[in-house]
Design a protein around this ligand. Sequence first.
Ligand code: HEC
Ligand code: HEC
Length: 474
Amino acid sequence: MMNLAMDRMVPLVMALSVALLALTACDGKSAATATASTAAPRTPALSTQAQVGQLAFFDKNLSGGRNMSCASCHDPQYAYGPPNSISVQLGSDITQTGARAVPSLRYRESTPAFSQDAPNPDGVTSNSPGGGFMWDGRGATMAAQVALPLLNPVEMNNTSREAVVKAVRDGAYAGLFKQAFGAGIFDDTDAAFDALGTAIQALETEDLSFHPYSSKYDLYVFNKIGGTLTPAERRGEVLFHSTGVSNCSGCHYTGANFNGNSGLMTDFTYQALGAPRNDRSIPNNPDPIPANDDPRYFDMGLCGPFRTDHMPATPATANPYCGMFKVPVLRNVATRGAFFHNGVLHSLDQVVNFYNTRDTNPEYWYPAHSDSAGTGTAQANPAWALQPTSVPGATVDRYNDLPHAQQGSIDEEVPLGTGEGGDKTLASGTRPRAPGSPPVMTPQQIADLVCFLGTLSDGYQPSSAPSTAGRCVK
Ligand code: HEC
Ligand code: HEC
């Protein structure tokens, strides 16, 4: 069996050097050329505002160091997600890294505005926090979101709105910008800065490369030009919807959303899955989040630190919003190399095994308490576990990326716990699965689910001779 640490280390080191190359080696022009050739299908005619947005999206002059565009992190060749498997990306100031994994920008156009009392698209589940952009929903609209990376010191690192507007005014598409937003647009810095957001939102909405619906799943479900799933993929699809076993679609909702689009694999709600802390407590962790070196720092999603309207009164005051992150769109998830808001997991196999064994085998995912590290010899954990070994009898530091007082909102819905759809809280009778009890999914079911997730990648070419070998065929 391959050593997990080495297995993960090699692609990550390679990815890091690719990231550095991307930051230093290519200019805005080559990035734009690369896009034109890869981001099919193309919308016939973008509006003038969206054309501005397209030029701005690839414009490295919009970063403090003139070395990073939106596309550096949201690469069109990777479904507008990160081009490597690093947990959190480097910023324009390359001594800085962010604190969260970069999401794909595909299929974001039907995300409703954030509300803490949002209706659920399934029409059955009661209202809960939902909608909004970013892992914590603090971006109100796609246009307003644009200010966040531009002005974030660990991302594009501009010092002010003025600096961004100056870069546009002095740049190659200043004329087109005036054509789109009026001859006097640069006279008002705030209006010009907001117009840049409007332009990028227009691009993300109009350009079909942000929502191509060209996956094998689309061909199968909507039968646009024919296409069938293999037996393994089909079993995975059935499981994805099975309320009692995998229950994936309980949160990664596949029905029609508010605007009628279906198959996005999210209900836009927020849940606390208890993802392991991405820090040095994971042996051989190739890319721990630097902010996590401070034991008092916790990224708790809806309750802060980046959004500030649901913060607990004191760190010890229980707050139901803590630990909640947005249910992500699962389209193109197989093109990613880092999963969950903190990028702590690095393969789909790991993700599905986490759902299956978070409660039954917490020793696979969380470190042991230093004062109760168990006795006896360490045993090898499965290859996909984050903790390579565990010692029998050790007390495991469960849900270690949330302070103790904030662990009450941890989700115990199937498959994580025993709660039925919508019945997510311990108060309503839901139970965690007991440590040592059997996990709900078999290895075969996990493999089938991963095969199904692979059908969600855009750009599928139905081949005339379907492959007869490979793990997703039979
Ligand atoms: C240094 C990497 C980086 C750069 C550059 C960057 N982003 Fe992001 N982007 C991220 C990260 C990380 C997140 C998630 C942040 C969070 O949840 O707090 C994100 C989130 C987003 C989202 C929200 C997606 C969702 O699912 O809610 C949008 C939209 C977005 N970025 C657009 C842009 C645009 C437009 C630009 C250029 C102006 C840009 N980004 C530049 C890293 C980056
Ligand atoms: C209780 C709601 C819920 C259920 C049930 C659920 N998920 Fe998730 N899923 C989430 C949330 C919330 C996240 C983001 C968590 C985070 O970042 O901390 C997530 C993240 C993921 C990711 C990582 C995506 C990314 O871009 O990083 C994958 C893959 C995934 N889920 C697949 C599944 C599969 C497969 C199932 C069924 C076995 C499933 N989920 C069941 C809520 C759920």
